[in-house]
Design a protein around this ligand. Structure first.
Ligand code: SF4
Ligand code: SF4
Length: 342
């Protein structure tokens, strides 16, 4: 699969890309990163580790230099991290003098402002109205923590703010699950709303905002981690079947029951830790065609497995499918290279 093919034959390029497990994994990672911003950091670490292992193996085997691109990308990410780190630190220091806490409310202009904080179970959004440098109303627009937090704690805190007309530290919440996170999220939402009414409130640079948004997002919460685990399991199950469906000739491997009847009659039974020929079927399903070709030398072609398999699979059949798939890939690659050099 080469980039020049994208211009010549976009559909063929797309199909070849989708037939590659790494590309599918990347598409999956992008979708998850889009749906769960707080998973971005974990996904980037996972992608870097996966590519690092794959490309290092390629480098050892074929001398491929792809690993250098990865090292450059890691360096650029690191440089971006330092730029953002110093920017965020300087802005945070500058913000201390401008915070709207307590008497700092005198800096906030009259008006209605919305703000957002992260609670125990998700975002908390509020709308604050300020008049004559006093907070006169707090409206909750989004609040997902209702089931984990006693609502009267938040209500008491809200009454307290409205009585004093300013934002002050809440009392230590009762010790129940998620209370601290909820109150912190609520306070952060109010604070972020009030800062919008302060003239010249220091802001992070566009670069830092983009960097934090793309590479870090927020710290992964429990919901994100659970969702990632479910999505990953779904992906693996789906992926297990997809590889065979997308590669012509290997589709039969997805029907294998793993009954091992073929292993029972095969004179080889097991070679290099792989049960024959059931292991070949499973390897084909995973797209490990090179490994199937390596192991094919042991098969004597006696055909006993074909007589036993309830779905008509056999060692020779699956070996020839793997050879076909690998050959197809090779032909495509040399066609692409030929057209590129022509
Ligand atoms: S054809 Fe190959 S895989 Fe099948 S039983 Fe004979 S030796 Fe085993
Ligand atoms: S006999 Fe057929 S279905 Fe059973 S494990 Fe072997 S290949 Fe799979």
């Amino acid at each position: 699969m080469t980039w020049s093919r994208l211009l010549r034959d976009p559909l063929g390029f797309l199909w070849a890309a989708l037939s590659t497990r790494g590309v599918r994994l990347l598409i999956y990672a992008f979708i998850v990163a889009f749906l769960f911003p707080s998973s971005r950091y974990l996904l980037i670490v996972a992608i870097i580790l996966t590519l690092g292992v794959m490309w290092y193996k390629d480098y050892r085997k074929t001398g491929s230099r792809k690993i250098i691109f990865l090292i450059c990308a890691i360096l650029l990410i690191k440089i971006g991290y330092f730029i953002s780190y110093f920017d965020v630190r300087n802005v945070d220091e500058a913000r201390i003098a401008k915070r709207p806490w307590g008497a700092g409310i005198s800096q906030v202009k009259d008006g209605k402002y919305t703000g957002e904080g992260e609670g125990y179970r998700g975002p908390i959004k509020v709308e604050i109205e300020v008049r004559n440098h006093r907070i006169i109303s707090i409206r909750t627009l989004e609040y997902s923590d209702l089931i984990s937090v006693l609502d009267n704690q938040v209500s008491a805190f809200k009454r307290d703010i409205l009585t004093k007309g300013m934002l002050e530290r809440p009392n230590q919440p009762e010790m129940f699950r998620g209370a601290t996170e909820t109150l912190t999220g609520y306070v952060n939402a109010i604070e972020s709303a009030l800062t919008k009414g302060i003239a010249d409130f220091p802001e992070y640079s566009l670069f830092s905002k983009a960097y934090l948004n793309i590479f870090i997002g927020q710290a992964p919460d429990r919901v994100t981690l659970n969702s990632l685990a479910i999505l990953f399991a779904t992906f693996m199950v789906f992926e297990y079947a997809l590889q065979s469906m997308l590669v012509p000739g290997t589709g039969r491997s997805i029907n294998c029951y793993n009954c091992a009847s073929c292993v029972g009659v095969c004179p080889l039974k097991e070679v290099e830790g792989v049960q024959m020929p059931m292991g070949l079927v499973l390897l084909t399903r995973l797209g490990e065609y090179d490994r199937v070709m390596e192991l094919s030398k042991y098969c004597v072609g006696c055909g006993r497995c074909a007589c036993k398999c309830p779905i008509g699979n056999s060692g020779p059949l699956i070996i020839s499918a793997a050879f076909q798939a690998a050959r197809q890939k090779k032909l495509q690659k040399s066609a692409d290279t030929g057209k590129e050099t022509a």
